[in-house]
Write a protein that binds this ligand. Structure first.
Ligand SMILES: [Zn+2]
Length: 336
């Protein structure tokens, strides 16, 4: 009898664990908006085709990318106005790719090539002041990269730069040639619920006045269907297409994030979201999924001065909240 009771009890516990999410139970989504995976598009060397072709096509589809710029390089200087006054206002994000792309002589010269590049970005894009910026080491001629990895790491730390993943195996035109190969990378990320990325150099220009192409131009017949494929996966909720720093912030905050239920009843749920990441540099919201009382159809979410109303779906509310911010309050929204 005691055995029967014990097994009945464990069965009950198992059922509760499997089905019985109770109000207040909160899951921190692995990726923004509870999407399955992340995809990063990166454009290197500040080629004119980036603002001429790539950015307008990204904007058309509501996508973004990271552009690794070299502000003292010839092609950049001719069109500095485009980079300084236009591209970032369209939602594009800049990263450091060294001032000249010509290599680094020593640590002091590194201060110019890397440090100046970072200051320049933080000057032209006000919201990056005192914030993290992405960094991509340029591929330079043999014998021209003369700082040690330690000196480079010191410069990155000093200037609050985050190294992007390596070019190896991820170069458009160089490693990956077809739309199918590139979308296979995105689908690999989705299958692994992880991140993948593509590094692009030039993008093909077309038209009667085009006299030359940028370095390693990615054909429009490959590039545009790639963007369509990414947009389609994004709209299905499978892919989060974002810039390198936003991805890095989300990942870092998520790694040590915890939710504490302060109070949960029929009328309201109060939560505290915390993370060990430095709140000055890691100020990206995380997506939370909270089980709410079964009678709720809509739910208002308040954190400090921020207030939004979200629908309840399958008994849960999904919303964004700032870690290490004020407490989060969920309440039933009964307005029609
Ligand atoms: Zn480069």
């Amino acid at each position: 009898m005691r055995l029967l009771l014990a097994s009945a009890l464990s069965l009950l516990l198992a059922c509760t664990a499997a089905f019985g999410q109770s109000p207040g139970d909160t899951r921190i989504a692995k990726w923004k908006d509870d999407r399955t995976a992340v995809f990063l598009l990166m454009f290197d060397d500040s080629w004119p085709s980036h603002w001429q072709v790539a950015a307008p096509e990204l904007v058309k589809r509501g996508l973004t990318a990271t552009f690794y710029i070299c502000p003292a390089k010839g092609e950049y200087k001719v069109h500095a106005d485009k980079w300084e006054k236009e591209l970032w206002k369209q939602g594009m994000v800049y990263g450091v790719h060294t001032m000249t792309h010509g290599g680094i002589k020593d640590a002091q010269h590194g201060e110019y090539e890397i440090g100046e590049n970072a200051s320049y970005i933080r000057t032209i894009v006000p919201q990056t002041k005192d914030k993290l910026v992405s960094y991509a080491r340029p591929g330079t001629k043999p014998g021209t990269w003369n700082i040690t990895n330690e000196e480079e790491a010191t410069l990155l730390k000093k200037h609050q730069l985050i190294d992007r993943p390596p070019f190896t195996g991820h170069g458009a035109v160089y490693h990956l040639k077809t739309t199918e190969e590139m979308l296979a990378l995105a689908d690999k990320a989705i299958a692994a619920k992880d991140m993948e990325y593509l590094v692009v150099h030039g993008v093909e220009r077309v038209g009667p006045v085009v006299k030359y192409q940028d370095f390693w131009p990615l054909a429009q017949t490959v590039f545009f269907p790639l963007l369509d494929g990414l947009k389609e996966r994004s709209e299905k909720g499978a892919l989060w297409v974002t810039d390198h720093i936003t991805y890095h912030q989300y990942l870092t905050e998520h790694d040590s994030a915890e939710v504490k239920v302060l109070e949960s009843n029929d009328k309201s749920i109060r939560l505290q979201l915390s993370t060990k990441a430095d709140p000055k540099l890691y100020d990206q919201t995380l997506t939370l999924v909270t089980t709410v009382p079964s009678s709720w159809k809509k739910c208002s979410v308040t954190q400090g001065t921020q207030k939004v109303t979200v629908p309840v779906s399958n008994g849960t509310a999904r919303y964004d909240a700032l870690p290490s911010g004020p407490e989060i309050m969920l309440q039933e929204d009964t307005t029609p």
